[in-house]
Design a protein around this ligand. Structure first.
Ligand code: OGA
Ligand code: MN
Length: 210
């Protein structure tokens, strides 16, 4: 496996368990700029309620999925953080393909904001209508997240989805990657607004513009 030095630990865990976590991999300025751009988008009314269900008929059911989202776009936002992050994910996509032969052709990422009291019930990211999501990436943005703030990401055992396997705090700068088809997971209700960038590396081609 030929990967850049800094990704070795991340990819080692991913190879072994289909899941990996690393703190402080991305530059702190990038995390801060992303958080600022997320806040700006939120204040400017650019976020929309996230939906669940098949791609053809998505529904807004806040008791199941409580975040609001804004899709990242290159060249959007004043600080260029979205472009910088998307450039970094492109490098990561190539590295993932080289290491795991996943045939990842594209990716998609959104800011996610969970308001106080909101969470996301247990689910798989590769649900109906989304078979091409192969790797889930989550980067947590909220400064100073404490244990009492809740909002943990819970991962369940792929062989026994009733059994909790890991519970992680969404700590500032923490990066999580996992195989989208393997891990049922949930977000526990947050006690303060909880911010992340979340998205997927996909094995299908970009949709054709008409
Ligand atoms: C998702 C999701 C987990 C998290 O957006 O699909 O499961 O910790 N997010 O934000
Ligand atoms: Mn998910």
């Amino acid at each position: 496996m030929i990967v850049e030095r800094e990704l070795e630990a991340l990819f080692g865990q991913l190879a072994e368990q289909g899941f990996s976590m690393q703190d402080g991999l991305l530059p702190p300025e990038l995390i801060e700029d992303l958080y600022e751009e997320g806040l700006r988008g939120w204040k400017d009314g650019l976020f929309q309620e996230a939906r669940v269900g098949a791609a053809q008929r998505p529904q807004h059911i806040p008791a199941i999925r409580g975040d609001t989202i804004q899709w990242l776009e290159p060249h959007c936002g004043e600080s260029g953080a979205q472009s910088r992050f998307l450039d970094w994910t492109e490098t990561l996509r190539h590295q993932l393909n080289r290491a795991f032969y996943l045939g990842l052709q594209r990716s998609e990422f959104h800011f996610a904001r969970y308001a106080t009291g909101r969470g996301y019930a247990r689910h798989l990211d590769q649900h109906r209508g989304q078979p091409h999501r192969r790797i889930t990436l989550i980067l947590y943005l909220t400064p100073d997240w404490r244990a009492g703030d809740g909002g943990e990401l819970c991962l369940y055992d792929p062989r026994n989805p009733e059994k909790e396997w890991r519970r992680l705090l969404p700590e500032h700068g923490r990066l999580v990657l996992f195989r989208s088809e393997l891990f049922p997971h949930a977000v526990r209700p947050a006690r303060r607004p909880r911010w992340s960038v979340t998205g997927w590396f996909r094995s299908d081609e970009p949709p054709h513009p008409n």
